[in-house]
Design a protein around this ligand. Structure first.
Ligand code: OFO
Length: 171
């Protein structure tokens, strides 16, 4: 059974993951309509992943005797100045999500809910991986310095990354 505090924190996190999914969907749409098909595929896949993160929390809350609640969401940013700006926003957002996850984890320790603490460790590990992936992409973009050939190459790489993550999920 979840305490009210933990149930509320998990429901808040459901909103954070759902919002992340919409943010990446909006970014994917921007990329697709601005000549970056690889980045679009990567961000569409990222949006699906965030929805999966949300669902994992939904099932956990319901399985532990709570009720998952969906709230209203802020509209995502629809337009960007460049692909670099998109990925800078992705990294900033992932850092925000990590801090929210750490708050939930901290609360599980305060409330001595070690089961939920263990459940949240999956999210902590996932954030480490995502922040590092996004940092890697940004480093490459900064190296390319907006040069067309470099950005074209990075877009192709993002496409390959999206295809690889889709193939891993299908296994
Ligand atoms: Fe939900 O994985 Fe990052 O944000």
């Amino acid at each position: 059974m979840l305490t009210e505090k933990i149930e509320n924190a998990l429901n808040h996190q459901i909103g954070v993951e759902e919002h992340s999914s919409r943010i990446y969907l909006a970014m994917a749409i921007w990329c697709e309509t601005h000549g970056y098909p690889g980045a679009a595929n990567f961000l569409y896949a990222q949006s699906d992943e965030e929805r999966m993160h949300m669902l994992k929390l939904v099932h956990y809350v319901n399985d532990r005797g709570g009720v998952a609640r969906l709230g209203s969401l802020e509209a995502p940013v629809l337009s960007y100045g460049s692909l670099l700006e998109v990925f800078q926003a992705v990294l900033k957002h992932e850092q925000y999500v990590s801090s929210e996850i750490n708050k939930v984890y901290g609360l599980t320790l305060e409330e001595r809910d070690y089961t939920t603490g263990q459940f949240m460790q999956w999210y902590i590990a996932e954030q480490i991986e995502e922040e590092s992936t996004m940092r890697g992409i940004l480093d490459k973009m900064e190296l390319a310095g907006g040069e067309r050939g470099g950005i074209f190459h990075i877009d192709k790489e993002l496409d390959a990354m999206a295809a690889a993550s889709g193939a891993a999920e299908a296994e």
